[in-house]
Design a protein. Sequence first.
Length: 247
Amino acid sequence: MNERAALELRGVTFAYPDGHVALRGVDLTVHAGERVAILGPNGSGKTTLVLHLNGIHSPTAGTVTVEGLAVSGAELREVRRRVGLVFQDPDDQLFMPTVGQDVAFGPANLGLRGAALEARVADALERVGMADCRDRAPHHLSLGQRRRVALATVLSMHPDVLVFDEPSANLDPAARRELADLVVGLAMTTVVVTHDLLYAAELCPRSVLLDDGVVVADGPTLDILRDRELLAAHRLELPRGVALVDW
């Protein structure tokens, strides 16, 4: 892990227009190269938090920086290139007739053309193991394949940080494992929002537990998951019969 801060949130508070306060003074630092899980019950503020990382939401109070850049104003365009969000539903990111066109969309909007654009698309698809599907229609692919293509659309932008919202949701065991291996192999600064506590243990050495918009725990993932009282107090639990003593 690099000691350089990739992401910094300081005193971040956020209220929705209806007055609901989703985040309450969150402080969080993610260092370059870390993989960090964001855990918490439904409504705890997890997704609201990560939507601050590329300016989809702006804090009511506090500051967010990415690689030293403020997530606001003139720097917002560059921040959005540096932070790649992979949404839970890949169909939110795939809208072109072919896989290759979807992956090319972002870099083309940055001005890439010709051989440079072709190389960017080929590299992104190769990294996610989907090079053979370049000319296929995304809606003909399995959910696991679509999720990998959605990741390729993000990687084609050459981001510094990856953010996943529930990456394991609805995947079969093989697709779940393939995506986990892929994420670990990318060796990038990664933030993972997940209800899947075992997936967090596989992917992320560190976890942050959020509840009612407040960070209630931040530390090694296995230490947090072994604390049954902590999990129970925040309406989380491991699958029945699972013990982490040998992890």
